[in-house]
Design a protein. Structure first.
Length: 471
């Protein structure tokens, strides 16, 4: 166990003054099973207000804003950390760490690399999750080169591996992708390492009922020289400092356009941000709401004629989006996801128009007729089951979007395109409602095939278990 003094600061200079600047910082380390933090100083400037809470991944997040014009933004965090290294942190596993994410999707390069790692593990007789993870770390360290400046924050694991060089973010993303491909849950960590002088990224794998840290950039186990700031599925979930501002009327063209857009929209009774599904998926018409704005937005979401209202900590209403910006300044904004393959169909369009008219009538801004609307399922804490491909091939779904399925039911098959043989039978991990379904037939290992909303909220299940004497 070690005691580390830390001081971390950042200063950002804008090209021209900005106003109505809102930020989310994950720069303050929090207490955990392996570290205890004594904070001496936490300063954010300029800021009209700040508040501290936990995000959906359990990270400490400082949120705030500054409305008046300013051309610099900075923060400073200092304190002492009592840190214990090389220990498993006992914790329940969330299934999201089993599956590919934005930065860790496996393409041909990563798939081949993971297979090479698996062969090396077999050669060395590595059988446990820990032994295979350490083997993978050693293999990555010897087959990837640390070169700053050749990748950026948007580089994916597949892209970095193709180049064969990158920085700590790339090492972490590649190892996470390999671990998940090998069936070992893994997550991304941002933090501080003694001697680095900047933030560092590493990996935690799930083994023996908890999380254990490995640093593939340095080929090391996480010891008492590391201080953790935040974790998530990949870099996008735990950015240390993220901010938004509605542009500048006198700034460059992009800032001027954003400023004008925000000025036009702010103060509206309601904004609706309409998204079509990506090219691969069909989505049940739904409203996605960040849990921080649920109290205001759920009543509106119930009236807009969708089938499903999804309130979730990691729902896709994230910082640095139009919806988040508008909600931050008090303009209620709903994100509606609907359609198939980047197309909003006529049927879905009519459904949404009826819903918008219904909301307008409820808000008193429409006096005309509004048809009957659906009563949506509202999920605040239900389990979500993810379906992912284990094999490449052609996916043939056997269920319809919106269908109720039982755990273990056959949902589809992945076929070998040359022989027609079934490479994988895809079954339901839980009972519930199919609200996302794969439409694009070509799949690779790790491809998302669907999502299932569990039948009941976790709290209801816990109450039933308690009544049955299971808790």
């Amino acid at each position: 166990m070690g005691q580390l003094k830390f001081k971390y600061s950042m200063e950002l200079k804008f090209s021209s003054p900005v106003s109505s600047h809102y930020f989310a910082l994950r720069c303050v380390p929090g207490d955990s099973l392996r570290q205890k933090i004594m904070l001496n100083e936490c300063r954010v400037r300029p800021a009209d207000y700040t508040s501290a809470d936990r995000d959906g991944f359990g990270n400490l997040k400082i949120s705030g804003g500054c409305r008046k014009p300013h051309d610099t933004f900075s923060y400073l965090v200092a304190g002492t950390a009592v840190v214990q290294g090389m220990t498993v942190q006992q914790c329940p596993l969330h299934p999201m760490y089993r599956y590919p994410s934005k930065y860790t999707e496996c393409g041909p390069g990563l798939t081949a690399f993971a297979e090479a790692v698996a062969r090396e593990c077999a050669r060395q007789g590595a059988e446990t999750a820990m032994d295979r993870a350490v083997c993978a770390m050693h293999y990555l360290y010897s087959h990837f080169q640390y070169i700053p400046g050749v990748t950026d924050i948007g580089t994916t694991a597949e892209q970095a591996l193709t180049q064969g060089e990158g920085v700590c973010q790339d090492y972490a993303h590649i190892m996470i992708a390999v671990m998940r491909r090998m069936g070992i849950p893994a997550r991304y960590v941002n933090g501080l390492m003694i001697g680095e002088g900047a933030t560092h990224a590493w990996v935690e794998i799930y083994t023996d009922g908890g999380w254990y840290g490995l640093d593939p950039t340095n080929d090391l186990h996480i010891d008492d020289y590391y201080i953790k700031l935040a974790h998530g599925r990949d870099y996008a979930d735990c950015v240390v400092d993220k901010g938004i501002f509605p542009g500048n009327e006198e700034g460059p063209m992009m800032e001027s356009v954003v400023y004008g857009l925000m000025e036009d929209l702010k103060g509206a009774d309601l904004c609706v941000d309409i998204h079509a599904s990506n090219i691969f998926l069909m989505e049940l018409p739904q409203v996605r709401i960040n849990e921080l704005t649920a109290e205001t937005l759920v009543p509106l979401g119930k009236k807009i004629n969708v089938d499903f209202v999804w309130v979730h900590a990691s729902a896709t209403v994230l910082e640095s989006t139009l919806a988040y910006s508008l909600n931050s300044i008090g303009t209620p904004t709903l994100v509606v996801e609907m359609g198939v393959g980047m197309r909003i169909t006529k049927e879905y369009g009519y459904q949404l128009v009826e819903g918008i008219l219904n909301v307008m009538k409820a808000l008193g801004v429409w006096e005309g007729d509004a048809g009957e609307v659906r009563t949506p399922i509202v999920s605040t804490d239900r389990e979500v089951g993810y379906l992912n491909a284990d094999s490449a091939g052609i996916y043939v779904p056997h269920v319809k979007i919106g269908e109720q399925v039982e755990e273990g039911a056959l949902l589809g098959e992945i076929l070998n395109p040359l022989t027609g043989d079934v490479e994988q039978s895809v079954t339901a991990p839980i009972s519930g409602l199919v609200f996302t379904r794969r439409e694009y037939p070509v799949v690779y290992s790790g491809s998302l095939l669907g999502r299932i909303l569990g039948s009941r909220d976790k709290e209801e299940e816990a109450d039933d278990n308690a009544e049955d004497g299971n808790i």
